[in-house]
Design a protein around this ligand. Structure first.
Ligand SMILES: C[S@@+](CC[C@H](N)C(=O)[O-])C[C@H]1O[C@@H](n2cnc3c(N)ncnc32)[C@H](O)[C@@H]1O
Length: 229
């Protein structure tokens, strides 16, 4: 008699609950990442993403931040009376951001950015995806297109929905020697999954779905602000 042993589920090397713990996000993220790796590895000071938030955030709107990290940017730039939703794969990040942004009474969602979003169709004014795309499994922007489709689905249509984001790319941008070492290391550890992420593919997936308001590159980071058609 033969028995069939089911294959184990494929190991997802991008699953890192310990890395994105509440303590690390609260105590270390701003210092090590926003003030550290942003400029030192990726050549992009936080003032560049900050500009996107300043332009896009408006009082009284519904905002979804996917992968809010420590909540650094919304803490600085979110106006009052937002209807704020935070979504993250990890409860550590979600709790850290929710605690910091408690004055906005955010609605919290645990989920993967690659899955359909838990909000009604055409209900959101602004979606934020800051430094998350390069963490998503798939290794190419093309493999990660579901995230762009799901964001498009929840945004208000006819130019009323905006989407801002920024991500470290592997191709089509500049890399310092230190950045190149960092990119290799973070990909080997599974913290990043962006060895095939290119500027060309990013422009294609964005322009296929949205009207591009601005798109720029700072160091190894592409930054964008787009709106629905
Ligand atoms: C590098 S931090 C970015 C934090 C912040 N948005 C910023 O701009 O600095 C990545 C964030 O994405 C979350 N994250 C990682 N993989 C995710 C996934 N597959 N789905 C949703 N969130 C994810 C992490 O928990 C963390 O909050």
């Amino acid at each position: 008699m033969s028995t069939t042993v089911p294959a184990p589920p494929a190991l997802d090397i991008t699953f890192h609950p310990d890395l994105w713990s509440q303590t690390k996000m609260t105590r270390l993220y701003d210092l090590l990442v926003v003030h550290g790796t942003y400029p030192l590895l990726w050549g992009c000071r936080w003032k560049y993403p900050a500009r996107l938030y300043r332009h896009a955030l408006r009082p009284g709107t519904t905002v979804l931040d996917i992968g809010p990290g420590s909540g650094f940017f919304l803490d600085r730039f979110a106006p009052g009376n937002l209807r704020l939703h935070l979504l993250d794969r990890y409860t550590g990040s979600l709790t850290a951001a929710a605690t910091r942004l408690a004055r906005h009474r955010p609605a919290l969602h645990t989920g993967d950015a690659l899955d359909p979003l838990p909000l009604p169709s055409s209900s959101v004014d602004l979606v934020v995806l800051g430094m998350v795309l390069h963490c998503l499994r798939g290794q190419t922007i093309t493999a990660k297109t579901p995230v762009f489709d799901h964001i498009h689905e929840v945004l208000k249509k006819d130019g009323q929905g905006e989407f801002l984001g920024y991500t470290v790319l592997a191709h089509g941008v500049g890399h310092s020697p230190l950045g190149r070492v960092g990119l290799g290391l973070l990909n080997r550890r599974g913290v990043f999954a962006n060895t095939g992420d290119s500027l060309t593919d990013l422009v294609t997936v964005l322009s296929d779905r949205f009207e591009i308001v601005e798109l720029s590159v700072r160091g190894s980071v592409a930054l964008w602000r787009v709106r629905t058609r």
